[in-house]
Design a protein around this ligand. Structure first.
Ligand code: AMP
Length: 424
């Protein structure tokens, strides 16, 4: 038997109803904030991710699905291609390629699969789905403003509320600008120097290559040492301090709760200022539903114009897990099951089904080869509200018997009154 590749999975009905519910709500909420959808390719040049995500990240160093193109054309041959491990790099590439800066402030969102060769476990897949948004534009469009950060965070809180997710927590930090971080990195390096030999292998490496990443360490024995390290908050310059204060002020004004977490950092140079995560207790070890932050330097690091931006990526797999809903709660069951009875009745049943569906009624169509008993069994199994019998007499009279499957109540209804009777 050929099976799905380890770390990938099929999403089957009725579970897909939960995914559809999430995506429909996302589209409704995001459009109320004037965000518009962007779709970028599932694969891009490897170089885009090397530069846009960062060579020294785990994603680029270990987790990408990369291959060399075997194309015949000289221009394709030997090109290194990669399945996208995230979508921000693709969006910023598109921003540069299509000169979206001419549009001013761009508010873009995407929904789609991402690919990382991670060790599969609960809440961690090799093909997983992200819902993300990016606000990006020239500084003159207000893309740097704390208004944008706060709006994005408030939109996320609204989305989680609308999805009925409770007990989530917004964790917030500012990682300052490149100059703040250069000073902070130096201080971290100094502080780590005398203690790093007692830390885990990863931290010893990080202390040299990228000290900020020490805060990613999950090894319990290292935590007391990490607690003693200086925090980025002490190194913010005045504009960064004020920017962060204003983000918090707006969040308080609109009533979005948050917790400051000065261990929340992002290790790449183009990340700036606001960094955040929404976590949820029900998810266990992989408790982050989403993460995001400002990346005022990303466009330039991809060879584009200066384009401050802020964005996030929600793990849709984890969002669906934290919904706490069953598919039945969001699933639309058939309103009516049409049971053709007797020879030649398939045509009549199909005609009636077509009419009813044009009234936005969900119809499951039976088959005249089924006996009446079997039609009732199948109708009950689909969860339909009504069964509608289509036999020769009914067609002649143009009046059909409609039976409520829950109450057993049965009525004769003229054809033109059927939509009303089924919907009432
Ligand atoms: P990142 O792009 O690493 O900042 O991740 C953003 C969000 O995507 C995380 O908070 C997770 O919810 C989700 N995510 C990342 N990697 C995976 C994965 N391998 N499987 C499922 N969800 C993931």
């Amino acid at each position: 038997m050929i099976k799905a590749i380890r770390g990938t999975r099929d999403l089957l009905p009725p579970d897909t109803a939960l995914w559809n519910f999430v995506e429909k709500t996302v589209r409704e909420v995001f459009s109320a904030y004037n965000f518009h959808e962007i779709r970028t390719p599932l694969f891009e040049s490897t170089e885009l991710f090397a530069r846009g995500v960062g060579e020294e990240t785990d994603i680029v160093a270990k987790e990408m699905y990369t291959w060399e193109d075997r194309g015949r054309a000289e221009s394709d041959k030997g090109q290194s291609l990669t399945l996208r491990p995230e979508n921000t790099a693709g969006v910023v590439r598109a921003y540069i390629e299509h000169n979206l800066q001419a549009r001013g402030l761009n508010k873009l969102y995407y929904i789609g699969p991402q690919f990382r060769r991670e060790r599969p476990q609960k809440g961690r897949y090799r093909q997983f789905y992200q819902i993300g948004a990016e606000v990006i534009g020239p500084a003159t469009s207000g893309s740097e403003s704390p208004v944008r950060d706060a709006e994005l965070l408030e939109m996320l809180a609204t989305l989680l509320d609308r999805l009925g997710i409770k007990d989530y927590c917004l964790e917030l930090n500012s990682i300052g600008c490149a100059a703040d971080r250069a000073r902070y990195n130096e201080a971290l390096r100094l502080a780590l120097e005398p203690v790093k030999d007692k830390m885990c292998g990863d931290c010893q490496r990080r202390a040299v290559t990228n000290p900020l990443r020490v805060f990613d360490c999950k090894v319990p024995e290292d935590q007391p040492t990490i607690e003693t390290l200086p925090r980025i908050g002490q190194f913010l310059d005045e504009p960064c301090r004020q920017h962060f204060a204003q983000v918090q002020e707006i969040l308080r004004a609109v009533g979005v709760e948050f917790q400051l977490n000065d261990r929340l950092v992002r290790g790449l140079d183009y990340y700036t200022r606001t960094a955040f995560e929404f976590t949820h207790g029900a998810l266990g070890a992989q408790n982050a539903i989403l993460g995001g932050g400002r990346y005022d330097g990303l466009s330039e690091s991809l060879g584009g114009p200066a384009a401050p931006g802020i964005g996030f990526a929600i793990g849709e797999d984890r969002l669906v897990m934290s919904l706490g809903k069953s598919p039945e709660e969001v699933l639309r069951k058939p309103d009516a099951y049409i049971a053709p009875l007797g020879a030649g009745m398939n045509n009549e049943a199909a005609r009636l089904a077509r009419e009813l569906r044009q009234h936005d009624i969900v119809v499951e169509l039976g088959d005249a080869s089924f006996r009446l008993k079997k039609s009732f069994e199948v109708a009950t199994k689909t969860g339909a509200n009504y069964i509608l019998i289509v036999g020769e007499n009914e067609v002649k009279a143009n009046t059909f018997s409609l039976k409520n499957l829950a109450t057993g109540e049965q009525k004769s209804i003229p054809r033109d009154q059927l939509p009303g009777a089924i919907q009432s």
